[in-house]
Design a protein around this ligand. Sequence first.
Ligand code: G3I
Length: 382
Amino acid sequence: MSSKLVVFVTLAVVAQRAASVAVWGQCDAGSVCTFSNAYYSQCLPGTAAPTTTTPPVTTTVVPPPSSTVVPPPVTSAPSGGTGSATGLNGKFTSHGKKFWGSCADSGTIGIAANAAVLKSDFGAVTPENSMKWDATENVQNQFTFSGSDALVNWAVSNGKMIRAHTLVWHSQLPTWVSNINDKNTLTAVIKNHISNVAGRYKGKVYILTNTPSEILNEDGTLASQVFFNVLGESFVSIAFQAARAADPTAKLYINDFNLDSNNAKVQGMVALVKRTNAGGQLIDGIGTQMHLSAGGAGGAQAALTALAASGLEVAITELDIAGAAPADYTAVVKACLAVPSCVSITSWGVSDTNSWRASSAPLLFDANYKPKAAYNAVIAAM
Ligand code: G3I
């Protein structure tokens, strides 16, 4: 695809999207809105930033005069970004959903068979480990981005959306952070970390998730961990405010596990986001990880419905199911399809062989990167 063609399609897509979510059309001076796929464009360094309030396509989108290439209609799945129209992401987005993604990192994108499946079946990637605090700021104020840059660059090159993960999480947290017991120090440390990590990928990331992550007890109260113990609930707002400032166009998600039925933790999450958003919307969405046991998908639709009662969008952010029974997977997918606010699914990996739960074979592709029965069932269900 020529660069001229990219500019034309970019403007067309931004105009189409601006009607519903105007903020996504924004690029700073010095950056240009660049087409990734039919559902996503992003601000990348460039010389001609488009207007932030995009006028109608018919009056403002002019194809480059010298271009002889006919752009594809924006409603069709382009090769690359969204993958195959008959793959997971293609089928899922045909229902109006935003993406079906997968976690990945340098190791897994470096496996040719794994990368091929990411390209064909997934529309977004989430850094499995490379964007976590211990990977990016293991020593105070010394930032390392080699791993996260590799994934972000791969995503940009392949037209995939990026769901960032994680900014504030008590796990994989360096001891220099977990040892802080002073409010002002911890606040400054959180702000500096988020400013550097989210700021580095400003305009490239669709979702900043786990802005704070895994912060609730099973009864829905806030859990004891360094951020809560030092700052109380205020750390939630501190983190979201810092993320909003660092990347105003990213959707900001909170994320937790065991939100798999309409349980006390789900109710605690809904109450927390309502409290946090009371003075203005800081949190844009709620992620439910859905690391499920075999037979554990029965409460998925009730959970998604209850989370959607927050008024925010909802996402399944780390899906894997022990045993990968077709019935379990289809129950989850049908639940998301049935809940309009459920906008995306992220599988926590492609192949069982690279899963953190490898022994329970919880993913949709086997050790040879071949689709399993659950994959075929999910495709059929969509
Ligand atoms: O990076 C080191 C490497 O230097 C060392 O040689 C190697 C030896 O084992 O360990 C490597 O670190 C591992 C890291 O993954 C990167 O591969 C850790 O041991 C290992 O514990 C870590 O596991 C990750 C886990 O989070 C850590 O909590 C999993 O890959 C990752 O899938 C998992 O993902 C989390 C989500 O981020 C949040 N929700 C829960 C989910 C499952 O725990």
